[in-house]
Design a protein around this ligand. Structure first.
Ligand code: ARG
Ligand code: ZN
Length: 862
């Protein structure tokens, strides 16, 4: 029962005003709604339909008189006047037994049963009420037109005995056992939020560029106050950045963030009341790694930026999801680049893009950034909608230039403020403000798949030519692709690494196209796709010597890193296939790079990072080789050992240089040093059997260094004691315990990985009801290709068992996790057969959710 973009019709009734009263009760909350409707002059239909799911209807009235409603698919309908009227309803819902974490639910969920909250030695925590409505959760709260193009101001009255009770907008009243919130800005129901419970706030304030005072509150459970300082600073930085870079000012008297321990995703941009997974906001030096701090800063920025790109301007329907998500990811990426290091940010973004989006785009789940149809919208909160969507915005900016981009954004906010828009509206803004025809560019939204860009070159007496050919492989439902408009940033280097042609953006529009550079006095070395100017796979045959040259000299930091990475991949591929490898060339280049103290340690850390085993599997598959996960793992081990031996002499000096003596701050400078230090520690561990790691473990006073040391001790087989110490020390901290689970799986030997997962699921601290805990175990397992893809199929069976078990409780997480199988067509016939029977077993499960059915069917039918 798919829904189609082309079936869009405007809503039959618009909403002028919403008034909600919540009478909180764990198992029987009453929701009383009073909603002013009016017929939509632009709609053909007069059908009055309200979404509703799992609601117990107590009473319903229109203009004060009881009215009969008819149950229909996904909701109810009723006969109403062809004029403005007031709808009133009372429904009952059961937040306590809502394990899907969508709509109104309670968290933590497992109190009394197990220590889901990770606080088994502390008194039980009283669960709090919270909501998640995007995309279609509001219909689990009350009857309503739950579609983003219906926007209205909300007033919310909350009645209950919870110490803190919050909703969107500004506080407009409170008394004994009740309070009221009013959000004057019209919004779709997916941005509704309510939170109630025993919470404490870190408070601060921000003065906007026009001088308005905004109260800032970051709400957490008592005991977590010590983990809020960094989040609050990140929020203030984000508010300032959006004013400076986009001219966007905040628009309510108060902005609040609440941390919730059971949450299906990272965070949610509800108007004025963002709700965050604890993992995406709480941090402290003792409990969080630099990577945690960075991610938290980016997510806080992301959700805050949604206030304009998502909330003030929202989506007409869910086919437009990338309108807000692609743009907002691009904005948070730009923020990170500005407040940290631009080169490091870009490299990290591309590593993530390739790891998740290219993987998706090259498998059975490939889909357009603007899909034509879907079954369950929750399955489309994907790397393609988010990360590829962000790449599209980045390309657009590259094509029109910075000034034109800013002008276009001004026009976008000006023209569409308060509206529910489409991706076409967005492109029209750019066409109108720049005069550019974006018809071809729009293919990035409508054609799935990652383009392959092949390059050949020609040199003739001072004239240098690059000829590009683009091809995009077929994806499900799309066999033939038209050429994309690809911005290819190119620079040309002279023999000493000097730039003979500064970065220039070539605009490729044809299937094959030649670009000419004239008047050169010698044959240059090209640096192609600088800054990763388009989300494509470059398939150029490059001699290893040239890669080594670029790794040493490229003036574009991204391409410099890329040269090193591709050299490493070439070595690994050679080790797997038994062909010649440029190993010593790579090792020498790596040593030279590491020794170069002019290079930012963070950059060196990234250049030292190994290409992932999954990435390598895809590379081999593209080259016509069936990947063998064990062989890939062994090749990686071989190269890691060779690197350690080759770099041996460098280690003592460099490791000493990377020591941070100042008090811990998770900024770009310190985190770069720690990242490189940990990369070097891994090498050292291969040579000293864990001595340096043990020393670091003994003296570390922050989580970044402790966890890094613990990882090395696991690799060295010397972690038994430290793991026990770690567990004892952190057993009451759920976020740290997630790391304890994850690390043991990530560092298990391939043949032990499944057994490790089994053992850990029997640990009393394991619970499948908490998404973070489930992900820390099964996400880590799926991210360990050699462990997950064991030949006997034990990994597949284990994951399938747990997906079948989780599905009735939490379909969203189950569906998302089933993506672990998405690469199955790469592998040999035996593995494919084993996976296929697990997919069939999942599909044969009675009552399987729509979410999981859609995902597993799409994967299965590849
Ligand atoms: N809009 C949220 C964000 O990107 C994520 C919501 C995810 N919703 C879902 N159903 N998966 O910040
Ligand atoms: Zn978002």
């Amino acid at each position: 029962q798919p829904i189609y973009l082309t079936d869009y019709t405007p809503p039959a009734y618009l909403v002028d005003d919403v008034h909600l009263t919540f009478r909180l009760d764990p198992t029987a909350t009453r929701v009383i709604s009073r909603i002013s409707f009016r017929p939509n002059p632009d709609a053909a239909s007069k059908r009055f339909f309200l979404h509703g799911e799992g609601l117990k209807l107590i009473s319903s009235r229109v203009d004060g008189s009881d009215i009969d409603v008819r149950d229909v698919e996904n909701g109810i309908e009723a006969d109403v006047p062809d004029a403005p009227f007031v709808w009133e309803a009372e429904v009952e819902i059961d937040p306590k037994n809502n394990t899907a974490l969508e709509g109104l639910y309670m968290s933590p969920q497992d109190v009394g049963e197990s220590n889901a909250s990770g606080r088994d030695s502390l008194p039980a925590i009283k669960p709090m009420y919270c909501t998640q409505c995007e995309a279609e959760g509001f219909r689990k709260i009350t009857y309503y037109p739950d579609r983003p193009d219906v926007m209205a101001p909300f007033t919310v009255r909350i009645e209950g005995d919870e110490p803190v009770m919050l909703s969107n907008g500004n506080p407009t009243g409170e008394g004994d056992g009740w309070c009221e919130w009013t959000d004057p800005w019209p919004k779709p129901a997916y941005l509704f939020a309510l939170v109630a419970g025993d919470l404490v706030a870190r408070e601060d304030s921000f003065t906007t560029m026009s001088g308005k005072h905004v109260d800032l509150k970051l709400w957490v459970r008592p005991g977590d106050e010590g983990k809020t300082a960094f989040g609050m600073e990140a929020l203030k930085k984000s508010m300032k950045w959006d004013e400076e870079v986009y001219g966007r000012e905040y628009d309510l008297d108060i902005f609040q963030i609440v941390a919730v321990s059971d949450f299906n995703m990272g965070a949610m941009e509800n108007k004025g009341l963002n709700i965050f997974n604890t993992s995406a906001v709480l941090c402290s030096p003792e409990t969080s790694t630099d990577a945690n701090f960075e991610r938290i800063e980016a997510i806080i920025a992301h959700e805050y930026f949604h206030n304009w790109t998502g909330n003030r301007i929202t989506c007409r329907d869910w086919f437009q999801l990338s309108l807000k998500e692609g743009l907002t990811v691009f904005r948070d990426q730009s923020f990170t680049a500005d407040v940290r290091s631009e080169a490091v940010a870009r490299i990290s973004d591309v590593i993530a893009l390739r790891g998740r989006q290219f993987r998706e785009d090259n498998g059975p789940l490939a889909h357009q950034v603007q899909p034509d149809s879907f079954v369950e919208i929750n399955n489309f909160y994907t790397a393609t909608i988010y990360e590829k969507g962000a790449e599209i915005i980045r390309m657009l900016k590259t094509l029109v230039g910075d000034d034109a981009y800013r002008k276009a954004l001004d026009l976008y906010f000006d023209r569409h403020d308060g509206q529910a828009c489409t991706i076409d509206d967005w492109l029209t803004v750019f066409q109108d403000s720049t005069g550019r025809d974006l018809t071809q560019f729009k293919r990035w939204y409508k054609q799935a798949g990652t383009p392959r860009l092949d390059v050949t070159e020609n040199w003739d007496d001072g004239t240098y030519q690059l000829t590009f050919t683009q091809t995009t492989p077929p994806t499900p439902g799309q066999d033939v692709k038209e050429p994309f408009l690809i911005p290819i940033a190119v620079g040309l280097l002279g023999p000493n690494g000097d730039e003979v042609q500064a970065t220039k953006v070539l605009e490729m529009t044809e299937g094959t196209q030649t670009f000419t550079f004239e008047g050169l006095s010698y044959r240059p070395t090209p640096s192609i796709l600088r800054h990763f100017s388009a989300p494509v796979i470059l398939t150029r045959e490059t001699p290893p010597e040239e890669r080594a040259f670029l790794f040493a000299h490229d003036t574009d930091a991204f391409n410099r890193w890329e040269a090193g990475r591709s050299l490493a991949k070439e070595v690994l591929v050679g080790l797997v296939t038994g062909e010649d490898t440029p190993q010593s060339l790579y090792l020498d280049a790596l040593a030279t790079m590491l020794r170069n103290d002019d290079l930012d340690p963070a950059f060196r850390a990234l250049a030292l990072q190994m290409p992932g085993e999954d990435d390598l599997a895809q590379t081999l598959f593209d080259a016509g080789v069936t990947p063998d996960p064990d062989a890939i793992h062994n090749a990686a081990e071989t190269l890691k050992q060779a690197r350690a031996e080759h770099l041996q002499d460098l280690l003592p000096r460099l490791m000493a240089d990377m020591e941070v003596t100042e008090p811990f701050v998770s900024n770009a400078e310190q985190s770069g040093k720690r990242a490189l230090g940990l990369g070097l520690l891994k090498l050292a561990t291969r040579l000293d059997g864990g001595k340096a790691a043990q020393a670091q473990w003994d003296r570390a006073d922050n989580m970044t260094l402790s966890l890094g040391a613990l990882a090395c001790l696991l690799d060295a087989g010397k972690a038994e004691g430290p793991l026990a110490t770690f567990r004892e020390r952190w057993k009451d901290d759920a976020l740290v315990m997630d790391k304890w689970f994850m690390l043991q799986i990530m560092h298990a030997d391939p043949e032990d990985a499944a057994a490790t997962v089994e053992r850990l699921t029997e640990d009393p601290a394991f619970t499948m009801k908490n998404p973070n805990r489930f992900r820390s175990v099964f996400g880590a397992f799926a991210g360990h290709p050699a462990g997950f893809h064991q030949k006997d199929g034990s990994g597949y069976r284990l994951l399938a068992d747990w997906l079948i078990r989780l599905d009735p409780l939490n379909p969203q997480i189950t569906a998302r996790m089933s993506g672990a199988f998405e690469t199955w067509k790469r592998y040999d016939a035996d593995r494919q057969g084993l996976i296929k029977s697990e997919l069939d077993r999942i599909l044969a499960t009675d009552g399987l959710s729509r979410d999981t059915t859609e995902m597993v069917t799409r994967i299965r039918n590849a």
